[in-house]
Design a protein around this ligand. Structure first.
Ligand SMILES: Nc1ncnc2[nH]cnc12
Ligand SMILES: [Zn+2]
Length: 357
């Protein structure tokens, strides 16, 4: 719980999450439980894997994106069965519900599992089961997004994309779009042009991690060569006012993850995430959790940290939330429902203000 008088308002805002890696919701407690159940040996030469507590302590000392990714890929090696993937996603949804998430568009990394011999169908069926349960029991609507790993060879991405099970998941609408993630610097977005062209040809939605650790040129490159509809992170946009104007005019949504940026040392502190400058410049963005089990908080903690740093008003939060709803890849009827909740909440809180509460 944050110290802001707006804490209850922030909790109740109807949040859309657009940047959340399901594998990044693997809490150390579940990681150790699954390692034991599935008989997976964790590295013996790294003291961090001695216990869940020592792992949590190590997560507080990440030095870079790659330092985090090292632990992220080892962590997910404990996921073997459909039930493991379902348990992981369900643990995310219970936290998300408490944080006020009403709509979640979730990344997963198929190649990180298929390269370990886990079939795509095992991964997907576990995630779909949790999504269905979240919809029925918590009222959260969902979309899934396959992310391709930029550090792997391009032909591997294309081969996975064309895999009959993967194609079937796109055709059925079980998976709505594609993205690219993993190590950024040295892996320019344009390398994935063919993949994105094929995805666009199939009517899939498209986003890409860019401008997290990498320079602003990667953002321009993703927009130009991949024709993406959203940019994941994109905080380096602040370095190029001309491009910022273009992104604003186009209405491209940045999916910003403030806690992640601080923990992975992409910025010195939360005050350096360009929230205020993007708001003033009219850049659209949503606020997201990225890998909550690794970065010390879910989406509400990100909202709270932003509030503590920038002291935003009701109207500024309304803009952030409205842009998040608008930039979602759900039906217009669902957007209208979420706009309705938002308008009601803002009116209620403005009323409280007038009564001098
Ligand atoms: N923040 C991040 N950046 C790039 N790849 C990721 N995979 C999971 N989290 C990521
Ligand atoms: Zn990410």
């Amino acid at each position: 719980m944050c110290q802001s008088p707006l804490h209850e308002f922030l909790q109740r805002l109807p949040k859309c999450e657009h940047h959340m890696h399901l594998e990044g919701a693997l809490a150390p407690s579940l990681l150790f439980e699954l390692a034991q159940r599935n008989n997976i040996a964790l590295p013996k030469d790294d003291d961090a894997f001695a216990s869940p507590e020592s792992l949590i302590a190590r997560y507080k000392r990440f030095t870079s994106l790659d330092d985090f990714l090292h632990y992220y890929y080892i962590g997910m090696s404990v996921l073997i069965n459909t039930s493991d993937f379902e348990a992981l996603a369900w643990s995310y949804f219970t936290h998300a519900h408490r944080s006020g998430v009403v709509h979640a568009e979730l990344f997963f990394d198929p190649q990180a599992h298929t390269t370990r011999g886990i079939p795509y169908s095992t991964v997907l069926s576990g995630f779909i089961a949790a999504c269905n349960r979240a919809n029925h029991e918590l009222g959260i609507t969902t979309e899934l997004i396959t992310c391709f790993l930029r550090h792997l060879p391009i032909p591997d991405s294309l081969a996975l994309f064309e895999d009959p099970d993967v194609q079937e998941s796109y055709r059925r609408g079980d998976v709505r779009g594609i993205g690219i993630d993993s190590t950024e610097v040295g892996y320019q977005p344009e390398r994935f042009k063919e993949l994105y062209d094929r995805a666009k040809g199939m009517g899939l939605r498209r986003t890409a991690h860019a401008g997290e650790e990498g320079p602003v040129g990667y953002i321009a490159n993703a927009l130009e060569t991949l024709d993406v509809e959203r940019i994941d992170h994109g905080i380096q946009l602040i370095d190029n006012p001309e491009l910022m104007k273009k992104v604003t005019a186009k209405g491209t949504l940045l999916t910003i993850c403030p806690l992640s940026n601080v923990v992975l040392k992409c910025v010195a502190g939360i005050n350096d995430v360009p929230i205020k400058r993007f708001l003033e410049g009219g850049v659209r963005f949503s606020i997201n959790s990225d890998d909550p089990a690794y970065f010390g908080g879910y989406i509400l903690e990100n909202y709270c940290k932003v509030q503590e740093a920038f002291g935003l008003g009701l109207r500024e939060w309304e803009v952030i939330c409205r842009n998040g709803i608008e930039g979602s890849w759900c039906e217009d009827s669902r957007k209208r429902e979420m706009f309705g909740i938002l308008e009601g909440l803002v009116k209620e809180w403005e009323g409280k203000r007038e009564e001098g509460e």
